[in-house]
Write a protein that binds this ligand. Sequence first.
Ligand code: ZN
Length: 185
Amino acid sequence: MPSPIAHSLMGYIIYRVTTSPFKGQNRYIILLYLFIANIPDLDFVPGLFVGSLGRYHHGMSHSIVFSLIFAFGCYIISGILRPENIKRCVATGFCLYFSHIVLDYLTKSPSNPYGDPVGVQFFWPFSNEYYIAPFAFFQIIHFGDSIGDFLLSIFSLHNLMAMSIEFIILSSIIITMELWKCRRV
Ligand SMILES: [Zn+2]
């Protein structure tokens, strides 16, 4: 998986694409976007209860069907709170959730001693196969059944380099987008 930094930067890109350049930035809405862009990785939580953090990681929560279920959740919530914005909320919710899966698809997930799955289960429940892009270029290594082992595996020189690459690629997109928006304004 890419780091939460990459998912958050992608959430910010979607925020800037879907908001008017004439409006000020709302930090609470930005935080909500960043959170949604990271939601699929909450699939680590059930693993806590079975003593294997990666057991359910990159499974059903990283599928097109789950993205649609999330969009449906946005439809229900928006229908109650902001019915006038329902189409926008559903489309944005889907894009934010699905962006996570696309980034994970673009990430090399080398096999690790704990046998965590590689790739994402794009077509769950129709197929249990894991898919990964042949040209995947992001790469964060993480493994470990316990939180301690997991955190230790995250803090490595390799991952520092990988996060720097994520940051350079995604922040370049943000800077280009901002410059383009400024020119339009
Ligand atoms: Zn993920």
